[in-house]
Design a protein around this ligand. Structure first.
Ligand code: BYC
Length: 306
């Protein structure tokens, strides 16, 4: 039985920071915003398996291979929790997959960059998963119950992912000059795309105000980007790498780091399909979906017999 049956109770529940559950009454815009955000988040987890997955067969030791395999499998799991949370809003998994494959729904810009160096596995763990943690910890308190509960487990696993990346980079930094150069080159490529993961600046973000009023997002894009920079600079110093931003410096008045702006036209290009690897990522995902048709047919036939 729904507990919330009208708009006034819905608004009071959201204002009181309580959860909305699947059977509750909710405005159509709230439902649509959740489907958009959760689905795009799920697609990002699934597409996000590709850049690192490419290194599983080339990991330099059995230990590194086992860690990477576990991490990439975790991303698949995250995608599945999120698709399940999304299905509670009345969409099917097949519809969500169609929206990804037809380009109607997006996935995170960050996964359209290549991973030509093994150091990229460490950098993705450190910077990309680090950015993901900053963005996703507040989502554990999102107003929609199934999404918030999925995020709790996801965040625990993301923190393992971030630490494995940092540990990998730390090991390389203790190695040869060539290994140190590999780490720096990788950080130089991933720094600005990592800042773009938080979305456009607040003044250019069409969805933030409404999503915050509904308690779907708990912080703005710029607030989380700042939190990420403040968290990452001391980690870069401990690691011994330079972040490629000449404007990066501590601002004692703000008690935070000032930093330069990413090239926002690049984010627009990557999101609209013109990033370095968009075509490759979608072709791979489409092929994997087609190759899995027999599994879906067998599962449906088996379910039909029961
Ligand atoms: N990439 O009004 P805005 C992971 C879109 S998974 C692509 O600020 P919103 C991981 C945005 O969707 C990482 N698109 O939007 C996985 C919107 O377009 P639509 C994914 C972006 O929703 C595996 C338009 O631009 N994390 O970390 O209020 C391995 C205007 O933006 C991007 C999540 O999905 C972008 N970077 O805020 C390792 C977290 N930025 O939809 C790691 C959940 C913006 O209107 N999502 N757009 O056509 C969110 O927190 C929010 O959706 C965002 C954007 C902060 C991303």
């Amino acid at each position: 039985m729904p507990v919330i049956e009208d708009e006034a109770t819905f608004e009071a529940t959201v204002a009181g920071n309580d959860r909305i559950e699947p059977r509750d009454w909710m405005p159509e815009g709230y439902r649509r915003t959740l489907v958009r955000q959760i689905a795009q988040h799920a697609h990002s987890e699934i597409i996000g398996m590709q850049p690192e997955g490419a290194w599983i067969g080339r990991a330099p030791s059995l230990r590194r291979k086992a860690i990477l395999l576990a991490k990439v499998q975790d991303e698949a799991g995250h995608g599945l929790y999120l698709y399940s949370a999304c299905e509670t809003l009345g969409v099917t998994r097949a519809e969500l997959t169609d929206m990804l494959l037809s380009g109607k729904q997006k996935y995170s810009s960050i996964f359209n960059y290549p991973t030509p160096s093994y150091a990229d596995v460490g950098t993705i763990g450190w910077l990309v998963d680090g950015a993901a943690i900053c963005n996703q910890v507040p989502l554990c308190r999102t107003s929609y119950g199934p999404y918030g509960r999925a995020m709790i487990r996801i965040c625990k696993e993301e923190s393992f992912h971030q630490r494995q990346g940092y540990e990998l980079l730390m090991t390389m930094m203790r190695g040869t000059d060539e290994q140190r150069a590999m780490v720096q080159e990788s950080v130089d490529r991933f720094w600005w795309p990592s800042l773009m993961m938080f979305g456009p600046p607040d003044v250019e973000s069409p969805n933030t105000a409404r999503s915050m009023a509904w308690g779907i997002k708990r912080n703005t894009n710029d607030e989380l980007r700042q939190r990420f920079v403040d968290m990452t600079v001391p980690q870069a110093e401990a690691l011994g790498v330079t972040l490629p931003d000449p404007d990066l410096r501590w601002n004692p008045d703000r008690g935070a780091y000032d930093f330069g702006q990413p090239d926002w036209s690049e984010l627009k290009r990557v999101v609209s399909g013109e990033g370095p690897c968009n075509a490759e990522r979608m072709a791979h995902r489409t092929r994997a979906h087609e190759d899995g048709a027999w599994v879906r047919e067998a599962a449906a036939a088996y379910a039909g017999q029961r």
